[in-house]
Design a protein around this ligand. Structure first.
Ligand code: ACO
Length: 430
């Protein structure tokens, strides 16, 4: 990665040399680690728009080309040919598994799908009308109180067990959060089912009836998991890394990631996007909402549109759009008004000067809600489904960081613009 190339920085006539790091692909990176020590200056980059926070071998995005690779494999190939647990293996261990490796991995994950029975009582502390994301933040954080034998981050075996537990149990926890919110009994995992079918079964079956998972819907669910599995150093992943950099245990770190994901500018956008499409209601109302999105004095934004890195189509949105058509067809839903509004909104926005100039395209969240709603999920479950899919990415990135000998606690600096030092004034004289 490092080579002999350098950049020169001139500050008040003093010259400093900065090493230039060359990635496998993508822009070169100025190494400023020694800058403060040598030049007594900080760099300023709120929102990390130009700052690489780590090196990583896991995921690569070319935002201009609209490309996303997991360990070098393009997302559209993985979405078409692979499946979620194979992708989990790839993200965690760096290579596609052989048949034996995959079989072993699947059986390890499958054997960890149940949660500690005491956790059922933990759920009961929540109000029934809690948002499932609120429940997930609490319950995943509480995993560190239930699984003490996998919280020693210095032990590679415990790190591995924590990774498997998180991937295996997140669907169970998300399904439990859903069942709790609708007042139905929890459904135990069924290990004869594959990962996606098991999740659908835990969400939609009830003890009173037999529930058969439609294999085509399970495939669509699995594809949603795959498309969300990792996305390099996004806000929630950076949150997981920052929490983990202090040595916090993996369950606490993933709970921090879930909290960050919840925001509407990040994973919460899938819920917000569907709510927006419903609010728009009919194609006739689209121009009014486009005008609102363009109005500087209106805080409204087109949810599911725009991205910090993609300045072209989000490749996940393309797959998601095709999947939406397939799933609605499969379910016999024709002329779905929300899908019609979404497609027309996309068309109008992509021809509009404002969106063209700012390079705003649909992101992964624009179409995912339509599929999830058609499958029977309420909007409040959209972000928990994103969270369970992204858990593998968070844990792969966390493991990469913990295993990196260069790992240090993350501790940004600031540009202080507050008061100068001043003396305390007694209350009577203020
Ligand atoms: N609708 C209208 N205008 C937008 C939108 C949008 N969805 N997104 C960005 N813009 C405008 C901004 O107002 C800004 O305009 P300006 O230059 O005149 O001030 C310009 O485009 C650049 O946008 P920023 O907000 O500066 O871009 P940033 O990279 O900080 O934000 C973000 C990216 C948060 C995704 C933003 O596009 C957004 O809020 N989108 C809607 C929410 C959303 O869909 N989030 C999901 C992201 S994907 C994910 O997390 C899975």
């Amino acid at each position: 990665m490092a080579d002999s190339k350098t950049a020169k920085l001139l500050i008040n006539n003093a010259e400093f040399e900065l090493p230039v790091l060359t990635p496998t692909v993508g822009p070169e990176v100025l190494d400023i680690r020694k800058l403060y020590g040598q030049a007594d200056v900080f760099t300023y980059d709120p929102g990390f728009t130009s700052t690489a926070s780590c090196d990583s071998t896991i995921t690569y995005i070319d935002g201009d080309a609209g490309e996303l690779w997991y360990r070098g494999y393009p997302i559209d190939q993985l979405a078409a040919k692979s499946h979620y647990l194979e992708v989990c293996y790839l993200l965690l261990y760096g290579e596609l598994p052989t048949a034996d490796q995959l079989h072993d991995f699947e059986s390890r994950v499958t054997r960890h799908t149940m949660v500690h029975e005491q956790m059922h009582y933990f759920f009961r502390g929540f109000r029934r009308d809690s948002h499932p994301m609120a429940t997930m933040v609490g319950v995943v954080g509480a995993m560190s109180a239930f699984y003490h034998d996998s919280t020693d981050i210095g032990d590679p075996w415990q790190r591995e067990v924590a990774a498997i537990r998180l991937i295996a149990k997140l669907p169970t926890i998300a399904a439990m959060a859903y069942k709790y919110s609708i007042g139905q009994p929890f459904v135990y995992p069924k290990n004869e089912l594959d990962y996606a079918s098991n999740f659908l079964h835990m969400c939609f079956s009830v003890p009173a009836e037999t529930y058969h998972v439609d294999p085509a819907l399970a495939r669509a669910m699995d594809r949603i998991f795959t498309l969300h599995a990792d996305h390099e150093q996004n806000a929630s992943t950076s949150t997981v890394r920052l929490a983990g950099s202090s040595g916090a245990n993996p369950f606490a770190c993933i709970a921090a990631g879930i909290a960050c994901l919840w925001g509407p500018a990040h994973g919460g956008a899938n819920q917000a996007a569907l709510e927006m499409l419903r609010e728009i209601g009919t194609v006739d109302n689209i121009p009014e909402y486009i005008a609102k999105a363009k109005d500087k004095n209106d805080p409204f934004k087109l949810m599911g549109f725009g991205h910090r890195v993609y300045k072209n189509f989000d490749p996940r949105a393309k797959v998601m759009k095709e999947s939406a058509d397939e799933v609605l067809d499969l379910l016999g839903v024709h002329n779905n008004p929300t899908l019609q509004v979404a497609k027309e909104l996309e068309k109008i926005a992509l021809e509009d000067e404002y969106f063209i100039e700012k390079k705003l395209y649909p992101n992964v969240d624009f179409y995912s809600g339509i599929i999830l709603e058609a499958m029977g999920f309420p909007t409040s479950m959209f972000t928990p489904i994103f969270a369970l899919s992204r858990t593998v990415g968070w844990i792969a990135q966390w493991k990469e960081m913990i295993g990196d000998p260069q790992n240090k606690i993350g501790r940004p600096r600031q540009l202080y613009i507050g008061s100068l030092k001043r003396d305390y004034i007694d209350i009577e004289t203020r």
